[in-house]
Design a protein around this ligand. Sequence first.
Ligand SMILES: Nc1ncnc2c1ncn2[C@@H]1O[C@H](COP(=O)(O)OP(=O)(O)OP(=O)(O)O)[C@@H](O)[C@H]1O
Ligand SMILES: [Mg+2]
Length: 157
Amino acid sequence: MIKSILSRNAGETLRIGEIIGRCLTTGDIVALIGDLGTGKTCLTQGMARGLGVSDSYAVASPTFTLINEYPGRHVLYHLDVYRLTGSKDLEEMGYEEYFYGRGVSVIEWAEKIVDIIPETAITISFTYLDENSRRIEISAPDKRLEEISSALSEGGF
Ligand SMILES: Nc1ncnc2c1ncn2[C@@H]1O[C@H](COP(=O)(O)OP(=O)(O)OP(=O)(O)O)[C@@H](O)[C@H]1O
Ligand SMILES: [Mg+2]
């Protein structure tokens, strides 16, 4: 099953992220897939808000550090693996501590490390439609997807 939604501007993507963020819980892995500038970081900023990360943190892609960590209702580990060629570098840095720890892991460019993304992950794909619109497609194990879909519907998406 896939939940497909249309975001008509960056503000909507933030709100979609916030709603999803409120549904996230300890141990969740969110794999973000999509081309440059399609809204992965924007959605992550919304998820941070939904996870209760303080607005005093400016959530941005962890380009030089690979991973940023933000305290919230659950710790948010924000990874951006754009510069990696595969999962080997992550294995060397002990990614299991994040993926299988108590926080929530959100990974931009997750398609680069598909071999270590578990089947239980929530996968969110972005497609550029025009300057302001994006198609956002969410897939997850049935129960999680139902929960997220109904929260999104209640929020008007
Ligand atoms: N509907 C939309 N949702 C999200 N972003 C949008 C939307 N419409 C326009 N934008 C713009 O697209 C850009 C998305 O940037 P963002 O950094 O979130 O992309 P990204 O997928 O993380 O890119 P990168 O691959 O470089 O990390 C922003 O400048 C934002 O204002
Ligand atoms: Mg980004």
